[in-house]
Design a protein around this ligand. Structure first.
Ligand code: MG
Length: 385
């Protein structure tokens, strides 16, 4: 008899970081996130088999990600997580194991000790959930919307725990519970067990066993694994002054006695940063993505170019660590607009403002910028993969 099967639920597709790749197939420390998760269970001495539950549309991605791993035939998931788990359990019902571990694929850093603790608890109870006592003070928000959301009250955190996975169950108990409660909308399998009246034990979870749901989580997971690969890109751009009453610089319209000539809005700052991002991922330059000969880009806002470069970075599973741009001109003065420029760039790329720097410098009256013939900009981008 098989003692223990791990059911790894990877069927979700709702949340994406940008690009087309579901998060469980994103890269983490040189391999797909899902592969790392699967290996954590394959490598555990008490786990006899690993059964992935995947989205039917992800079969090709799955086959690439899991190549060479000895897994049970992947099960096609359902419309909800709960349905996917039930389908996974049903696939095992013909040869029922004693224990099943049910795990979210999005927790790739699960460790051997945590898996062992969850399984060991089954000696005493039919179900166990790894969890961490809540140490932060909990606030309930009022019904308002961001950015001004008010606190409606403080929640007593005594006795509150944050549940993780893998959750361990005696197989026949959890299968029966899932079958009976298939119409309930429950967020984890422990809740199914609880509602079915099973005793559920709490075992010690781990802060490192984080659930990757945002780009920041993926970056945190990469840091926990020791850093990932760092890449740098550089960009440079110049536009000439012409008639006009303002210049677009770093996404901000700066009133001036001239304009800048260009096919798009001639924003040298955003062009330099766009090229820096493209450079860091080896994806050509701004001209190859947005040819000046293409009428679509006439007078285009350069935010479009920068956002596209940011999307390409995300599609390659990179995280933008920081951007630094220097605008080079005698006039207009950059300093009064710096804060707005930083905010605009951060906004375009959905970064926090502390990851963006804008500086202005003159060339002491020398050269074309010194003579007031145009504006130049240099940009640098640092990315983690
Ligand atoms: Mg340009």
């Amino acid at each position: 008899m098989v003692e223990c099967v791990a059911l790894v639920v990877a069927a979700g597709r709702g949340e994406r970081f940008g690009g087309e790749t579901p998060k469980q197939y994103m890269g983490l420390g040189g391999e797909p996130l899902l592969r790392r998760t699967l290996k954590a269970f394959l490598d555990h001495p008490a786990v006899d088999a690993v059964c992935p539950v995947i989205h039917p549309g992800d079969r090709e991605l799955f086959d690439i990600s899991a190549a060479g791993l000895e897994l049970l035939e992947p099960v096609a998931g359902g419309a909800t997580r709960q349905e996917s788990v039930l389908l996974g359990l049903e696939s095992l019902a013909g040869m029922p194991p004693y224990a099943v571990l049910i795990h979210d694929a999005a927790r790739p850093l699960v460790d051997e000790g945590l898996i062992s603790r969850a399984l060991s608890a089954l000696d005493d109870v039919p179900a166990a959930v790894p969890a961490i006592p809540v140490s932060d003070t909990l606030k309930r928000a009022d019904a308002g919307a961001a950015p001004l959301r008010l606190v409606a009250g403080t929640v007593d955190r005594a006795g509150l725990w944050r549940a993780q996975t893998p959750q361990a169950f005696r197989f026949t108990d959890i299968l029966a519970a899932h079958r009976r409660l298939a119409d309930e909308n429950l967020t984890d399998d422990a809740a199914v067990a609880e509602m079915a009246g099973l005793a559920v034990a709490l075992v010690a979870g781990s802060e490192n066993n984080l659930k990757v749901t945002t780009v920041d989580d993926l970056d945190r997971a990469r840091r926990l694994l020791g850093g990932g690969e760092i890449r740098t890109g550089i960009g440079y751009d110049v536009h000439r002054f012409g008639p006009g009453d303002h210049v677009m610089l770093c996404g901000v319209a700066v009133p001036f006695s001239a304009g800048l000539i260009g096919h798009s809005d001639a924003d040298v700052g955003l062009h330099a940063l766009t090229d820096a991002l493209l450079g860091a991922i080896g994806a050509g330059d701004i001209g190859s993505h947005f040819p000046p000969t293409d009428p679509r880009w006439r007078d285009a806002p350069s935010a479009t170019f920068l956002r596209h470069a940011g999307d390409l970075v995300r599609a390659r599973q990179g995280t933008i660590l920081n951007l630094d741009v220097t605008v080079i001109c005698e006039k207009p003065r950059i300093t009064p607009h710096r804060a707005a420029m930083i905010e605009r760039i951060a906004d375009i790329l959905e970064l926090t403002a502390d990851r963006v720097s804008v500086k202005g410098t003159t060339t002491e009256g020398l050269g074309f910028t010194g003579r007031g013939e145009g504006i130049a900009a240099q940009g640098v981008a640092t990315l983690r993969f």
